[in-house]
Design a protein around this ligand. Structure first.
Ligand code: ADP
Ligand code: MG
Length: 791
């Protein structure tokens, strides 16, 4: 058990001009401190008209110029390490709106370098897990948003909706042992960093899309990204389960900013009620004699029960903005942090025995013991195995060999004949494999044969070395081809993304099929273009869409022209292109380096053979220490080349993550852009509908003085097929046949009689127009005669 107070860190957001004079001190032993001096004129009125100086202690304070990488390394990395060791961890960002919570936890919206704690932690965790190849592990991701005391699943894979309320609701309850139970929250397995990153962006895109100017979701909601980790050693039934919550809290803004003294300030009402409850829980926890902690008052405190005064290593980042108008809020954030720092958590190692694994292991042991016993007590058979038995054994051996589970056993029972037979089968398989490999590589005899033939020990070493080198060469070749393929994919993807963005996405007037795929801003009419790419479910907002109506296309052009986000999308596109070019160059370097390695290896091989031959021929009495300068030189060059190769591979890997991140940022920006357009479009449509209706009402009123009581309407029967619905005979039509020479601009349901007020021609062709009118009249007559309308 590790008893530890909640770690608190301060981060000051870069601002052009700070209103307060402040100083940051960070010392190895005593930690960090933040000294804020408020100018008298500032202090008066809104902070405190007496106090001018404030001092707050933190574990460390990060000043304005701190990079995201430093934040990750100082704050998140130690927590991620303890999560890998099997402890629960929580990092939450607390601060007023616009102070940098989202920037710190998730990252900036544009640049790769601005990626926040979540993507960096994912990257780090997967890197560490990859290094520990002897461990069996699984990672799962969940992502939820709490808004207005309701929790929503941000990773709903069915999600086509744009409103937060349409996302599945998460239910949080408590079991008999008072453990928090979460239901209806999807938990997705992520086998790689790429999959995890996709999930993060999927949730984030949902989050962005769900926000409206009315709900201000990002300011008023809490987002909790959770990484669930489960690890065990092969053969062990002991599991270590741990989870890491990365929390972006709602803005801590208080209802009133003015006229409060220091004491009253802490009592002031929060805009966000659940933050008030969070504060109450924190106060209760910091008062040692309190027995009741009001966790149940809000979803947030309930959910973070373990992270506050429970089994968790918790870290708080107080985000501060020290510009004019925000000092009081920042001081209040610091005060909050001081209180949080008092809370002590007791993190325990989350080890548990998996009953299923335990039973399987015990069964295996039991079987083994039975077999051992039988081997000793039972009489051994010496008759030959039947054909069927041999076949069955062969299948068993194959299944054993190809099963990736390291715990798999080959269970044969207490029959020595079978055991011997399986050993022979295994031997045969190994020899075949080696023989085949050797034959196809250089036409040599199988290794076993050559070993028998060659009795000189030195040559044996060379042979073994050779094999190793060949194996390595093959591995490198495989690696190169995989990476080249990867690179090609990346290139295609990058080009695709760029092309989609500018030529298609932002150019809905284009008619080509491929362009249409991302052309339309309509999310409703779309199908997924990402299927098969990434995890398939990653970006549901990237859609294939039907061609747009001319009006919508034009509207989109106008919207595009006036939209500021477009610039960052364009810039990102250029960056993506640049990175892809670098990746291509690196790929070439890697290939060339691979070829050089191959050559050097070959040369080394030849040299070694020569030396081996020489050593046999040479007189042993000659003074020979086995040193060969040519061989040594070759080794050195090979080593250097390998180093260069590994460097390039490393760079390429990093670049791959960067390119992927940029693409996801791009997709998110695009989704946001399209969503905004759709919302704007809907508004515009309803506005124009409203205008038309008012227009109609005016027209209808003036006409009603001349018209009979019959109110006639002309309907398109469906939006897609412009036909006419049931229409009553209109005297207006009869009296003024030419009134039909106009249609409504948006093909909306509209009264026939109001056509008069439009000046747009029906088709523009007089003949066609009069045909339509004639048809319409004829139809009316038929309907009238049938008496349909009179009923
Ligand atoms: P919050 O989530 O607290 O409301 P944000 O994280 O959205 O605030 O930050 C508000 C704005 O300030 C964003 O445009 C963000 O990119 C920017 N920002 C915040 N912190 C930093 C920082 N450390 N460096 C650069 N820009 C920042
Ligand atoms: Mg935010």
């Amino acid at each position: 058990m590790v008893k530890q107070a909640i770690q608190i860190f301060g981060r000051i957001k870069p601002v052009k001009k700070t209103a307060a004079v402040y100083s940051v001190k960070n010392k190895e032993k005593t930690g960090g401190s933040l000294d804020i001096r408020v100018p008298k004129d500032q202090a008066e009125g809104f902070v405190n008209n007496k106090r001018e100086r404030y001092k707050f202690r933190f574990c460390k304070v990060f000043d304005q110029e701190t990079t995201q990488e430093e934040i990750f390394e100082n704050i998140a990395l130690p927590v991620a390490d303890s999560v890998l060791d099997g402890y629960n961890g929580t990092i939450f960002a607390y601060g007023q709106t616009d102070s940098g919570k989202t920037f710190t936890i998730s990252g900036g919206p544009e640049r790769y370098i601005d990626r926040g704690i979540i993507p960096r932690t994912l990257s780090y965790l997967f890197q560490r897990l990859d290094q520990e190849s002897n461990m069996i592990y699984s990672t799962h991701i969940s992502y939820m948003e709490i808004y207005n005391e309701t929790a929503y699943d941000l990773l709903d894979s069915r999600n086509e909706e744009s409103r937060l309320e349409d996302l599945p609701k998460v239910v949080i309850t408590e079991d008999a042992e008072q453990n928090v139970q979460i239901r209806n929250l999807s938990c997705h397995q992520a086998a790689t960093e790429e999959e995890a990153l996709n999930l993060f962006f999927l949730g984030d895109t949902n989050r962005v899309i769900a926000e409206t100017p009315v709900n201000h979701a990002s300011t008023r909601s809490h987002c909790i990204f959770t990484i669930h980790l489960c690890r065990r050693e092969p053969g062990s039934a002991t599991l270590r389960r741990s989870k890491l919550h990365l929390v972006d809290l709602a803005g801590s803004d208080r209802a009133s900013k003015t006229g409060l003294s220091g004491h009253l300030l802490t009592e002031a009402k929060y805009i966000n009620v659940s933050l008030l409850y969070l504060e109450q829980v924190i106060i209760a926890l910091s008062e040692m004699n309190r027995t009741h902690i009001p966790y149940r008052n809000s979803l947030l405190t309930f959910l973070l029960k373990d992270s506050l005064g429970g089994n968790c290593m918790t870290t708080m980042i107080a985000t501060l903005s020290l510009d004019k108008g925000n000092i009081d809020e920042s001081i209040s954030t610091c005060r909050y942090a001081q209180r949080v720092a008092v809370i002590k958590n007791e993190a325990v190692l989350n080890e548990e025995l998996d009953p299923v694994l335990l039973i399987a292991r015990l069964k295996r042991e039991n079987q083994l013991l039975k077999e051992q016993l039988a081997m000793v007590t039972e009489e051994q058979r010496d008759d030959k195995l039947t054909m069927e038995e041999s076949q069955k054994l062969e299948e068993l051996v194959k299944a054993f060999l190809y099963d990736p589970d390291p715990d798999v056993v080959l269970s044969l029972g207490p029959d020595m004949r079978k055991i011997q037979h399986c050993f022979s089968l295994l031997k045969m398989m190994i020899l075949n494999e080696q023989g085949g490999k050797n034959r196809c590589q250089d036409g040599k005899q199988p290794v076993a044969a050559s070993v028998r033939e060659d009795k000189v020990q030195h040559t044996q070493h060379i042979e073994a070395d050779l094999d190793k080198l060949k194996e390595m060469l093959k591995q490198r070749d495989d690696e190169i081809s995989v990476l080249v393929r990867m690179l090609k994919n990346e290139k295609n993807r990058a080009q695709g993304a760029s092309a989609q963005l500018v030529t298609s996405d932002l150019n809905p007037s284009s008619d080509s099929a491929s362009n249409v795929s991302t052309t339309s801003p309509s999310r409703e009419e779309s199908t997924d273009i990402m299927a098969g790419d990434h995890t398939g479910r990653s970006v549901h907002h990237m859609k294939m869409v039907q061609p747009l109506t001319i009006g919508k296309k034009e509207a989109f052009e106008i919207f595009k022209r006036d939209h500021g986000d477009l610039r960052s999308i364009e810039e990102n596109k250029i960056l993506l292109k640049e990175r892809s070019t670098v990746a291509r160059t690196l790929g070439q370097q890697m290939q060339e380096s691979g070829i050089r390695i191959g050559k050097l290896k070959k040369e080394l091989e030849v040299r070694k053979r020569q030396l081996a031959a020489l050593s046999v021929i040479k007189n042993q009495e000659e003074d020979d220490d086995g040193y060969d300068s040519v061989e040594e030189e070759l080794r050195k060059s090979l080593k250097a080349e390998k180093k260069a190769y590994n460097n390039v591979v490393g760079n390429l890997r990093e670049l791959k993550v960067e390119i992927q991140h940029l693409q996801l940022l791009q997709e998110r920006a695009k989704a946001k852009f399209l969503e905004e357009f759709n919302k704007w479009w809907k508004q515009e449509v309803s506005k124009s509908q409203f205008e038309e209706e008012s227009e109609f009402e005016t027209t209808a009123m003036s006409q009603s003085q001349h018209q009979t009581s019959l109110e006639e309407t002309l309907h398109p029967s469906s939006p897609g097929t412009p036909g006419f619905g049931a229409v009553k005979d209109s005297p207006a039509v009869n009296q003024h046949p030419d009134v039909n020479s106009s249609i409504p601009s948006l093909s909306k349901i509209r009264p026939f009689s109001s056509f008069q007020s439009f000046s747009i021609p029906l088709t523009g062709n007089q003949q066609a127009d009069s045909d339509i009118i004639a048809f319409f009249k004829a139809r009316q007559e038929v309907l009238n005669r049938a008496g349909v309308l009179r009923q």
